[in-house]
Design a protein around this ligand. Sequence first.
Ligand code: ZN
Length: 1011
Amino acid sequence: MGSASDRAWLGLRLLSLQAAAGAAIGALTGWSVWGTGRCAEIWAAARWQAWLHAGLLSVLGTPATVMLARLLWSGGKMSRLRFQPLGIALSAVVLSAGLLLAVWLSMKSVRRARAATRRRAHQLVWICLVAAFALGKLNQWVLPNLYDYLHGALSLASYASYALAGLVLALRAWDAEPQAERALRLSGAPILVVALCCGFASLRTLDQNQNVRVALLSANMPCSRSLLLGAAELLPRVETRSVDTATQRAAAARARRARVAQDPSLPQLPDAHVLLITIDALRADHLSSYGYGRALSKEIDALAEEGQLFERAYAQAPHSSYSLCSLFSSEYLHETTELGASPPEPTLPRALAEDGYHSAAFYTQGIFHTAAERLSIYEQDAFGFALHDHQDRPPEQMTDRVLEEIDRTVQRGEPSALFWVHYFNVHEPYRATTFGTSDVDRYDSEILAADAAIGRLVRGARGRLKKPLVVVITADHGEEFHEHGGVYHGSSLYQEQVHIPLIMVVPSLAPRRYTQPVESIDIAPTLLGLLGVDRPASMRGADLRAYLVHSERDRGPVFSAVIHKKMVVSWPHKLIADLRFGSYELYDLSKDPGERQNNADRDSGRVRELRAEIYAWLDALSSTRIAGNQNAQALEWGRLGDRRAVQPLQNLLLDTEAAASSRSEAARLLGKLADDGAAETLLEATRTSHDWVAAEAAIALGRMFDERARPALRRLVASEDPGIRSRAAVSLARLRDKSALPALTDALWLAPNPYEREEAVRWLGRLGDANALDPLLNLLPETHTRHLVVLALGELGDARAFEPLVQTLGWDHNTNVRDGVVRALATLGDPRALGVLLPLVEDDSALRNTGEALVRLNALGRGLLGGSDIDRRAAQLGSGLTACHQGPLRHDWDFQQRTYCKTSQKHVHWNVEVPRAVYEAPDGNSLLISLRRADAPSAISVELHLGQHAFTVEVDGAWKEQRFTLPPHSLPKGQIQAELVIEQSGARIELDHVLIVPLQHAASLAVQQGG
Ligand SMILES: [Zn+2]
């Protein structure tokens, strides 16, 4: 940090700022406590006056309590609660009451202090001073760098304790010598003024010394958080930007990346498997292959020896959530979500699924700890992984689980697959103690455990899979052990938190090490390039294959971010910029890898250059550099799904001066935003003279399920333009209008883009017209839409789809498709589906929805009551599944098939759990019983007792299904007894099923019985 005089100067300026803050806060506290003391004095005379003063002091504190109450309710989850305003009001009232109580307590204690002996008063002063010091230290040591408001509150409490000590002393002096009050005022006021002037002067010249700025704002000092919160507005503004060169460079880099993707000379491994291994919180420099002294990682190091090691890889953020979501979407989500854009849908597993890949992921949902709302599309959909298992397991068990899935994939004919496994044990709390008990020892011990499990996983995968296997090992972020005053991660952009390992073992490529900085978002495009799969346009990362081949090529700067700090690394320089306050740290990583010496003041040219890179990067992400052009901005907002666009888009739509292309896009975006407030404007636009705009307006209106669009849409489905025709057909289908059918069928093949084709498939299913069956079956051979076609076949509800669906299960190994077939079979509700689904439960339990589908069959009342143990198995398959039948049948039933039983007993009892759908069925239920006599053709009678009900069936040697009606609410919730009483003892009875079906579903079941 430079010479001794530099340090002294830095210390002096920081001290003056601290003193100013202390003086200001102290004066406020002192004044309020003094006021309290006055109240106490008055109290002795007239109590009502005292309460008046106390009340006044509390009222003065109201803005603070209201602000605090709002802060308490400002979190992502809290702010979505419906009773948030009520919560804020209640919190403000409680806080105000607390303030009043505090004032009252102060009054009491100040009175006591003044009445107390000299010794007691001195004790009080010492207690205050010790408390103030302890609070300051607490502020410095407890969770450094995390939780702004905790540190703000601790700073304030510390200042207040100092002020209280001073005040008690002053009051004592005053009591002894009444003139002391004047002396106090005379001496206190100048001190306050001088401190404030010095502090203000230091603030004004702050941009002349970056170290002061960084120290002041990075909160490793006990009281800087309070300064940061209070003084932010006073800080000098940052200089204006100069970004043109950086913007040009960024554009050139993008163009180069686009060219790279086309280059046929780059390595390719079509159809290879990918095993992506991420280790939570693994910093690069704790692996021997990255220079660590302790031997922890012999397995990972061995893989690094045979693969491609990137020495300088950076995580997009020091949090799991942003980092891993960025990895899979190849987008700078920390910035783009802040700018209001929704996270892009295409992800690595989705892009691979388009190409027929199977994908399976094993990770804990804990990775979504930060910013879960913004990234919810990935949390809900598991990034588009076909199979996802969120159980957090110790490393060895995690390896077992993944190998199990690999085995299953091999059994299914080894479709190409992406496996992602996230080892979580290296994340704190570190439990293992192989190397000792200090934090670092335990952290290293966890790495050792993960390393062994990873070695076994890679060997196991290689031994099982026949196709080539690409292995990628990386981390979501690093971990800090007080290097820059903090712990864990998620708080800074220093190397220990953002420098991660990245190792790729690509069969066919000779081992090498690369020194170009790279980032997490490069991983997905590189893998897609390697596998020869189309890269989605939204992916921003670089295809690193170009650097694998020509390693001297410049990857361009890499970025990372946390809260309002941004980092850029353009080797060997690294700039950390706090854009809100304009504080900069510049490090030369080649000479100063520990980031000890901030060169921002010495090399301001470099700061400007790198800062321009950051601005160019942010500008490229926001793409809204169209200030002043309201229409362009409205369209931009609309594309991002921002509701602010609704009004300006309506203005644009009706603006006859604007370009027709903009107006029709405005109509489309309004349809997408589906805001009811825009319906009238859209209706008006359907009558506009411009055909194209009118058509888009009608389509948008139909998209919002508005009946008034029907006549226009009926005309538009005959349009010549294939785009208008297919989109109009989808809108018309939304209105459940069967005249959409021919255009919708054409759109399956002719719609201009894949999204419109997919929409056509979905709505053909939902329209529920039997004529859609053949077109959908014809589309079944198409890989890209198959997962949607099978779902649509299910929704269509035509029993003829049963066979083709079952056949698909025989030859398609794509998990999404299999999953869709299972759902479709469940929706069709054909009892034969049980025979198809049960073996799947047995052999293909990886299927996401098999359990759900079985339960759905039961919930619809199609479940076997007393048939088999499917429910138990269904329950094993997933959480939240409800079983409607528990316990096996009595031993006197011998099972020949799962859904089928025989008996020769006279009485047979079993318990039946009545499912919700049954006991709540509004029209009552239909009871179906199917049985026959197996030992003789002559008829006997069989009685079925079900709770309070009894039914008699005459059975002979032929199969017979008998139906009975159960009135609404005639079956209780919970378990009931069922009993079969057979007239003639010794007669053998075969029972196929006993079904209870809510009447509203019984009709559909009857159709299938005939089929
Ligand atoms: Zn993490």
